[in-house]
Structure formats: C-alpha cells, structure tokens
Design a protein around this ligand. Structure first.
Ligand SMILES: Nc1ncnc2c1ncn2[C@@H]1O[C@H](COP(=O)(O)OP(=O)(O)O)[C@@H](O)[C@H]1O
Ligand SMILES: [Mg+2]
Length: 385
C-alpha cells in the first residue's frame, strides 16, 4: 500500500521532467551533443570548446519548460555524461584544462538552478493572477445578479405603492355606492324594468371591488412564515397540483430525480413557495397550449455562486422562447401578452422570491428549445445578501 503510493508519487513527480516537450527540447539535444562530443577527435580542440558549451542550450530549455526540477534533471545528467569524457583518460579526452572543465560542470548546475527558480517564480505569480481573475469575475457575476434583482424589486416596490394607493381610493367610494344601491333596490319593485339595471350596476360594483382587493393583496402581501422545508416535497406538491390542467392541454409533467448529496433543505414559507412555483408552472402550460402539447419538467439541484451554497428549483417548458428585450419586463406588474391575462403572476413570484432573499431568473434554452425559470434559495436557510 505504502509502496504503491510512493511509486505513484514518484511517477507524478517525474511526469513533467519527461513530458514530450522536455524530451524534444532538452533530452534529445543533450544526447545528440553527447554523441557528437564523444565522437570528436581530441585534436579538434575548438570543436570540444563549442560542444562543451552547447550543453547550456538544452539546460536552459529544460529550465524554461520544467522549472527547477526540469533544469536540474538535465544539468545533472549533462554533468554525469560529460564527466568521464572530461577527466578519464580511458575515453577520448576533452582537450580543455581540468579547472576549466570542472567549472563548466559547476556552471551547468548553477545556470539550471537560477533559471529554474526564476521560471518557477514567474509561473507561481501567473497562477496567482489567474486565480484572482477567476474570483473577481465570479464576484462580478454575482453582483450583476443581485443588481438586476434589486432593480426589479425597486420597480415592483414603486408600482406596488401606487397600486395600493389607487386601489384604496377606489374601495372607499365603492363601498358607499354599494350601500346606496342596496337602499335604492329596496325602493324599486322587483318586477320593474329598472330593477334589472340596478342589479347589473351592483354586479359591476362587486367586480370592481374584487379587483381592487386583488391589487391591494398584491401591494401588501402577507408576511411569510419561514420554516425548514425540503424542496423535493414542495416540487412534488406543485407538480401534482398542476398535473390535471396540464394533461387536459396535452402537456406531460415530469419531476427529475434529485441526485445532489446533501438534503435540499431551505427556510421557506411552504404556501408562498407553492404559489410561486404554481404560477410559473401554469404559465409554462399556457405557453405550450395550442402547440399540440409538450413537457413541463421540474428539477431540484444544488448550485454555488460567489462562494455561497444554494438549492434551486428549475422549471422547464418546451414552448416558444421569450424575446430577449422582454425577458426582464415579464416580471413587471401588469405586463402580459395574453388575452385576459392580469400580468400579475410573475410580479407576485418575484416578490415572494425577494421575501425569501432568493433569486428568481429566467433563460431561453439554446436552439429555441424552450424556457427555464430558476428559483435559487440559500442552502439551509441562511440569508443571501
Ligand atoms: N413559460 C413562459 N414562456 C413564455 N412566456 C412566458 C412564460 N411565462 C411567462 N411568460 C410571459 O410573461 C408574461 C407575464 O406573465 P404573468 O406575470 O404570469 O402574467 P399573465 O400570465 O397574466 O400574462 C406572460 O404574458 C408571457 O408573455
Ligand atoms: Mg401568469
């Protein structure tokens, strides 16, 4: 066991020293120089001088591509292989003088160490810069996400207040009108033709009051009651709620199995999160209606952004893409492209996501394969911002 680990470690250590690049730029030239050197006759002293110094090239190349480790491997190899040629009279002798040759060997190694150290330092520096750049771009992306969420929330807040103001102003006089109409109705005989008109009048008052009530509810939503929730259960619930309507429109509902390691638990208000996901699911079914069916698929998955852990619910449908210039507008209150739509669904979703410190986003799937909404909530229930 121990030996195996040692051998694996050694192989890992040696791999950069014997990379293809190292073999081509250092080992092969080193061997060629050696062969030439050994085969050159002693009377060509100048050739021996040149060949001896030629070793610096593979040593420097090795340091450039393999750092200190690469440089020293080649310089030690060159020293050992040159040594017998330099000093042993048995083999064709290098004609230079002994001190000079000794110094040369020393220099091979010094050059290798110095060049290698410089290259290693440069490499470490570059890696540090790259790591920093990676972190920076991650932080910037996170900031952009939060910014767009805040812009959306600000727009919602202002419109919400306006809506609440108008709804409130409408509700009070409506109340009075309803009261007076009731008194008038008692005064009109039930078979008189005016009675029918008064009934219509009262029905319209009721309808207006209901609308005002809905806008008020939108403007001041109920506070959320957050508890630990398993997102898989929330998703199952929503899927079964939407199933009947979906199958009537020829849409299949599917829930992808969760395969993250950790339990997908978040702090949330179950009713509000169900309302949010149901709104999105119904929009998805509506987007596929009249297209001969499609698939609405739910998934739960973990994600990391800017060093924080999230659990997300993804809701995909294979209806038409949302035009790019309208992708953010769909969250605006009263923005709708449907006959009889209120345009309030997604703005309510956005508000619920805000109340949960969550992030709600939408993207078109590549090649017009549909639309995916993602709700990201802090894992375990911590706050995002
Ligand atoms: N899954 C989707 N695919 C395509 N467009 C969508 C989808 N969901 C929402 N939209 C667009 O966003 C608009 C606003 O949706 P919403 O706020 O729920 O209001 P409504 O459903 O009443 O129109 C829709 O009218 C539609 O244009
Ligand atoms: Mg809707």
């Amino acid at each position: 066991m121990h030996e195996k680990r040692f051998i694996n470690g050694l192989v890992d250590d040696l791999r950069p020293v014997f990379s293809t690049r190292m073999i081509l730029v250092a080992w092969v030239p080193c061997l060629l120089i050696t062969v030439l050197h050994y085969r050159t006759l002693a009377e060509y002293a100048w050739a021996h001088d040149v060949l001896r110094r030629l070793y610096y090239l593979p040593i420097l190349f090795a340091a450039f591509s393999g750092g200190v480790r690469g440089g020293i491997s080649v310089s030690v190899f060159a020293s050992l292989i040159y040594f017998p040629h330099a000093f042993l009279s048995l083999i064709a002798r290098d004609p230079g003088d002994a001190i000079e040759k000794g110094l040369e060997i020393l220099l091979y190694n010094i050059v290798a160490v110095v060049a290698g150290l410089l290259v290693d330092r440069e490499r470490r520096e570059r890696e540090k810069q790259e790591r920093l750049a990676g972190k920076l771009s991650e932080a910037l992306a996170e900031q952009r996400r939060i910014e767009s969420q805040l812009i959306r929330a600000g727009r919602l807040g202002a419109l919400g207040e306006l809506t609440a103001g108008i709804a409130h102003e409408i509700k009070n006089p409506l109340h009075t009108m309803k009261g007076t109409a009731e008194i008038l109705r008692d005064a009109i005989p039930s078979d008189a033709p005016e009675r029918r008109m008064l009934d219509i009048h009262m029905e319209e008052i009721d309808r207006l009051a209901q609308n005002a009530e809905r806008f008020l509810r939108f403007a001041s939503p109920a506070p959320s009651d957050r508890r630990p929730l398993d997102l898989r259960e929330v998703v199952q619930r929503v899927a079964s709620l939407v199933e009947t309507q979906a199958s009537r429109e020829g849409v299949t509902t599917e829930v992808t199995r969760y395969d993250g390691g950790e339990e997908p638990v978040v702090m949330g208000d179950a009713d509000q999160l169900i309302q949010l996901l149901l709104n999105i699911a119904i929009n998805g079914v509506q987007a596929m209606t009249g297209r001969g069916g499609g698939t609405l698929s739910f998934s739960v998955f973990p994600e990391r952004h800017g060093g924080k852990g999230y659990f997300c619910v993804g809701l995909k449908n294979d209806g038409p893409s949302i035009p790019e210039d309208q992708r953010e507008r769909i969250f605006d209150p009263f923005y709708t492209t449907k006959d009889g739509g209120t345009g309030l669904g997604l703005s309510i979703c956005s508000r619920i996501a805000d109340q949960h410190d969550g992030l709600l986003s939408v993207r078109n799937l590549p090649e017009d394969r549909g639309v995916e909404f993602t709700l990201a909530l802090a894992a375990g229930g911590g706050n995002l911002a």
